[in-house]
Every structure is written in structure tokens, then in C-alpha cells.
Write a protein that binds this ligand. Structure first.
Ligand code: ADP
Ligand code: MG
Length: 416
């Protein structure tokens, strides 16, 4: 079932190219499940925030759009104007090379401008229920060619009291269409929405816990306190991560590991509760921007950071609580990327390892140390990356900032 990339969906070159530009390399779980059956059946999809739902529907819709048709072929309903604008942008990005035209229509936006836009070529209309209904009533949103309806963030629609309007809109649409409903939670009122009287929808439920673990490569080294630090540097050399958090059990140990890495020119950042608040904030910011690739941290201090793109989590000290293990390792393997979590444990700590394995429900594969020869071989690349030109770092940081901004804008998710 695992696809290495999007090519197994047999997408057109235009869409594949756009996904390349967006740097979407691996489909997320929800994309994996939705894309193959989208537009064939009605779908009710439950998946948590940040799981990549937009592309799960935008990719098949962009693929399906007939460019020559001027009237809207898909209608996306969103609870907020911010989301409408974001989803419109996502369609524009994914449909870039196919020159897909998407229009956002929402309350507070000049109606006349939207009317003009809708009169011109519009493949996809994205809007809030109230404004969409407005356009329908005034005859400024032609519905005859709509073959796909998406109800995004249905649970928020419900909370905001929009469900009746959504049902009204559904009644106006051509019967010969498919509907996809997305929601992070699935209360009964949402299950009760009648998408289509004639068809039973397929339910897709993305179970968070089980899959989060599956997106991460877990591994364990048994070692001794004396060998630990050298093993740590070997791991970093072999893995050569773009971004890495090294977790230690106490602030003294953070200081120690940080100091030694600093001497080896890793340019590490550190984060623990003993630091001044302002230093902590600036450490987080710099790490987020990609100015630093290594962050040595305690759990307490790391709780506030929410960075999407951690390629490697190292448990320099194995956590004593199984939940902490899940929390730490959950920072890697997000948004469809394969994560990597490496833990170090001494033989007296095997009890904690067992507790963790029981909690996550599978054994953590054990690895032996590396051959000296392979480490010195890998060292060349590693050193090259350590000395990487600052402009490369800057570029990466700009991309990262863009990503963070985008997320902030989307659905009011709070960062920092
Ligand atoms: P949701 O709607 O489930 O909350 P979004 O669709 O807003 O999630 O996606 C969350 C973030 O993940 C966005 O920044 C999006 O660009 C990114 N993303 C989505 N799919 C992928 C993918 N396959 N690979 C990398 N990033 C992705
Ligand atoms: Mg969404």
C-alpha cells in the first residue's frame, strides 16, 4: 500500500510537475486513501488537522477539470474566509501548469468583483456557505456543470451554525455529481448530512495513533554511558539530517552535549528550562528558520516548539515515560515525510524500552554500532553540509517561513 511518490496515481505531467514544485514527495495517509477513489464515490473522510486534506481533494479535482469549460466544475465549501482563500491558493498551486482558475467567494469581499470573476472562466469556486448561497440566489454562480462538491472542515461548519445552509446548497446542485466531506471529528450531526439520497457514501477514517508511528523509522542502540557521545556523533554523520533534535534527560546533560557538539563545529542550539525566556525564544526561532540544524533540548523546554520538518529525533537519553517517547518522536515524520527516530539506551534502562514498546504496540528494531570505515566515508558529505554556504541556509529558511505562515493562515492553527 505504501507509495514512494505520487506517480502510482497515474497523474498527468502537469499535476506531477506542480507537486514537484510544491515539494510534495510522498502522499500523506489521507491522500493515499482518498485520491484513488475520489470522484468515483461519495466520501466521508475523518482526518486530523494538518494531515493534508486539501491536496487529497484538490489533486483529483484538478486532474478531472476540463480546461475548456468556462463554468465551475467543482464547488468547495469552507467555514471561514481565510480557509477559502487558502484553498483557492492551493488549487492555483496544484493546477498551476494546467492553468486552473479558482475563485474565492466569501462574505466581506466585494460581491461585484466576485460576480465579474465568476462570469469569466472559473474552474473551481471556493467559498463560505452564506456567500455561495447569495450567488446562487442571484444567479451569478452557475451550477449546471458542477460535478464535484467538497465540504471542508464540516465540524467547524457545524460549530458555526452553517450546516443548514450547506444542506440547502446541496439541494441546488446537479444530482449527477460526487460529494466529499472532510472533518477532523465526526459527530452524529455530520454523519446525518444527506450528501446524496441515492448513494451511500464510503467512510474513510484515518486513525491518528497507529499511523503516526508507521510514518516513522524507529531504531534503538544499546550502549554505555562512556560510548554514548561518540555514538551520537556517528549517528549524526551517518544520517546527516537537515534538522535534528537531540533530547537529554536534564539541563546539565543538555549543556554538556551542547558544549561538546559546539567544540566540534556542529553549531548547535540548546533549549532548557534553566535558560532565560528571551534566549529560549530566540533559540526556537533560529532553529525554526533553519539557521541551526541541531537542537539539544529537554522535554520541558521543547514542549513549545512546533516545527514541521524535523528529519531526525535522537533520544540521547531514553525517556522514562512511554508517552514522552511518543511526544518526542512525533516531531518527525509529519506531512507525509518519512520520519526517523533513534534512541540510545544503556543496559540498565532496558526496562524503560520495554514499557515504551508495550505502549506503542511494536518492538523498536535494535541496531548495532557502525563500522569505523563507513563512518569516515560518510564524514566527507557530513562535513560538506556542516560548512554549507549561508545562502543555502537562507533559502531554506525562507521556504520554512513560508510554510509556517501558510499554516498559520490555514484554519487558525496557532504556532510558536
Ligand atoms: P489539513 O487540511 O488536513 O489540516 P492541509 O491540507 O492544510 O491539512 O496540509 C497541511 C500542510 O501539509 C500544508 O502546509 C501542506 O502544504 C502540506 N502538505 C500536504 N500534503 C503534503 C505532502 N504530500 N507532502 C508534503 N507536504 C504536504
Ligand atoms: Mg484543511
Amino acid at each position: 500500500m505504501i507509495h514512494n511518490n505520487f506517480s502510482s496515481f497515474s497523474l498527468s505531467d502537469d499535476i506531477q510537475k506542480a507537486l514537484c514544485v510544491l515539494d510534495y514527495k510522498i502522499p500523506t495517509e489521507v491522500q493515499e486513501r482518498v485520491i484513488p477513489q475520489a470522484l468515483e464515490k461519495d466520501l466521508i473522510v475523518k482526518a486530523k488537522t494538518g494531515s493534508g486534506k486539501t491536496a487529497a481533494y484538490a489533486i483529483p479535482i484538478c486532474e478531472m477539470i476540463d480546461w475548456l469549460e468556462n463554468k465551475p466544475q467543482a464547488l468547495i465549501l469552507t467555514p471561514t474566509r481565510e480557509l477559502a482563500v487558502q484553498v483557492k491558493e492551493d488549487f492555483t498551486n496544484i493546477g498551476r501548469f494546467k492553468r486552473i482558475k479558482a475563485a474565492a467567494i466569501y462574505g466581506g469581499h466585494p460581491f461585484a468583483i466576485e460576480k465579474t470573476e465568476l462570469k469569466q472562466k472559473t474552474h473551481v469556486a471556493v467559498g463560505t456557505p452564506g456567500r455561495v448561497m447569495d450567488h446562487i440566489r442571484k444567479g451569478t454562480l452557475p451550477l449546471s456543470m458542477i460535478s464535484c462538491l467538497v465540504i471542508d472542515e464540516a465540524d467547524r461548519m457545524l460549530d458555526m451554525g452553517f450546516i443548514d445552509q450547506v444542506e440547502e446548497i446541496i439541494k441546488e446542485l446537479p444530482e449527477d455529481r460526487v460529494t466529499m466531506l472532510f472533518s477532523a471529528t465526526m459527530p452524529q450531526e455530520i454523519k446525518d448530512i444527506s450528501l446524496n439520497e441515492h448513494k451511500a457514501p464510503v467512510q474513510i477514517d484515518i486513525n491518528e495513533e497507529g499511523n503516526a508511528a508507521a510514518d516513522i523509522d524507529h531504531s534503538l542502540f544499546l550502549t554505555t554511558e562512556e560510548d554514548k557521545f561518540e555514538l551520537l556523533t556517528d549517528i549524526t554523520i551517518m544520517e546527516n539530517p537537515d534538522s535534528c533534535i537531540i533530547f537529554c534527560s536534564t539541563k546539565d546533560r543538555v549543556d554538556l552535549v551542547w558544549e561538546r557538539l559546539k567544540q566540534m563545529d556542529y553549531h548547535p542550539q540548546k533549549l532548557h528550562g534553566g535558560m532565560e525566556q528571551t534566549d529560549r525564544i530566540s533559540a526556537i526561532k533560529r532553529f525554526k528558520r533553519g539557521q541551526y540544524r541541531y537542537l539539544v533540548a529537554t522535554d520541558v523546554a521543547a514542549r513549545g516548539i512546533d516545527v514541521d520538518d524535523i528529519s531526525l529525533v535522537i533520544n540521547y537519553d531514553i525517556p522514562l515515560e512511554a508517552e514522552t517517547y511518543v511526544h518526542r518522536t512525533g516531531r518527525t515524520g509529519r506531512a507525509g515525510r518519512k520520519g526517523n527516530a533513534v534512541s540510545l539506551a544503556t543496559s540498565s534502562q532496558s526496562r524503560f524500552v520495554r514499557q515504551i514498546e508495550e505502549f506503542i504496540g511494536f518492538p523498536i528494531p535494535e541496531r548495532t554500532g557502525y563500522e569505523k570505515a563507513e563512518v569516515s566515508q560518510a564524514r566527507l558529505n557530513f562535513d560538506k553540509k556542516l560548512k554549507a554556504a549561508p545562502e543555502i541556509k537562507q533559502l531554506k529558511s525562507d521556504q520554512l517561513n513560508k510554510g509556517i505562515m501558510k499554516l498559520r493562515f490555514n484554519g487558525g492553527k496557532k504556532r510558536n
